[in-house]
Design a protein around this ligand. Structure first.
Ligand code: SAH
Length: 300
């Protein structure tokens, strides 16, 4: 790995990217001036939040309380409506074009994957602890769009740096019970949290059925057990594209990976049928580094 990006941002600057400087207000409002989706603004603030998977009140202590049952339904309905509104906005501004992607993003409630007390339905990345973040919704949507053809039912998908498990769950919904969606994350606590998150989501039956799994490991090595993959997504920026990931890509497979240190590009890597590789740049982005666990916990 080369010199990792070490970007210190004041909280007020979290929404400014390296090459894209949309004011926070415009970003959150999906300003029509910025129809091209801005880069993921993955902050590196060193706050260590205590990740908590559920954003709904815990009512388990009052089982049988007839008043709280309707309240719980109300909260649940509110969350689903907000998630739907978020996806509709991403659709409206052209980030989501595929009905299948929209359907999957609507079915997997982002609120279940964001720590307590943090707004889940705004287009912004969020700290999840351990110097990691859940990426902004527009980045998840963009990556799903880029990978859609490689996330057909029955296909194999790998999510490197699976963090909260949100995108891995979306991949699992795309490839279905006959497919295989694998998350690899090197922080064991995040893997535990992500499994808890998934268990509360629409993707829970896929986890139970075994077509969706999340593992502790160094994602730079991929996950050979279920290779080759039709789709590989890397959720952290690599100094260079790891050869092991290229090797685990199926001919006609596609990988989406942020590459770079301080300045990063989202690369689309296609493996051709003859095994050769084509690489193109989609957009400028900012992600946390794909690095060792030690470096990440030290603050890169
Ligand atoms: N895509 C996820 C997380 C994005 S943050 C989400 O949106 O929820 C990037 C993630 O990559 C972090 O969780 C970080 O811990 C993980 N990561 C960084 N380097 C890694 C490595 N070498 N192996 C596995 N995971 C890694």
């Amino acid at each position: 790995m080369g010199e990792p990006a070490r970007i210190r941002m004041k909280p007020s600057m979290v929404a400014s990217g390296c090459r894209y400087c949309a004011p926070l207000k415009q970003l959150l409002n999906f300003s029509p001036l910025h129809r091209r989706p801005p880069p993921p603004l993955v902050g590196t603030l060193s706050a260590h939040l205590n990740p908590s998977p559920s954003s709904s009140p815990n009512t388990s202590f009052c089982t049988g309380n007839f008043l709280l049952l309707p309240m719980e339904q109300f909260w649940t309905r509110g969350r689903i409506d907000k998630n739907k509104a978020l996806i509709e906005n991403l659709r409206k501004y052209g980030v989501i074009r595929s009905s299948k992607v929209a359907e999957v993003l609507e079915s997997v409630d982002r609120g279940l994957f964001v720590p307590d007390g943090i707004p889940a339905y705004v287009d912004s990345p969020t700290q999840i602890g351990y110097n990691a973040t859940i990426s902004a919704p527009h980045m998840h949507a963009m990556c799903l769009e880029l990978l859609e053809k490689n996330l057909q039912p029955g296909m194999h998908a790998l999510d490197v740096g699976s963090g909260t498990g949100y995108l891995t769950a979306c991949f699992a919904m795309m490839v279905g019970p006959q497919g295989c969606a694998v998350g690899v994350e090197h922080i064991p606590e995040l893997v535990t949290t992500s499994i808890n998150n998934i268990q509360k989501s629409q993707a829970a039956p896929l986890l139970k059925g075994g077509s969706l799994s999340v593992h502790v490991g160094d994602g730079r090595l991929g996950w050979p057990e279920f290779a080759p993959y039709d789709a590989i997504h890397v959720g952290a920026a690599a100094a260079e594209i790891p050869q092991q990931l290229i090797d685990q890509l199926k001919p006609s497979g596609r990988m989406v990976i942020p590459v770079g240190n301080l300045f990063q590009d989202l690369k689309v890597v296609d493996k051709n049928l003859d095994g050769s590789i084509s690489v193109r740049t989609e957009t400028s982005v900012r992600y946390v580094p794909l690095t060792s666990r030690e470096d990440q916990l030290r603050g890169y």
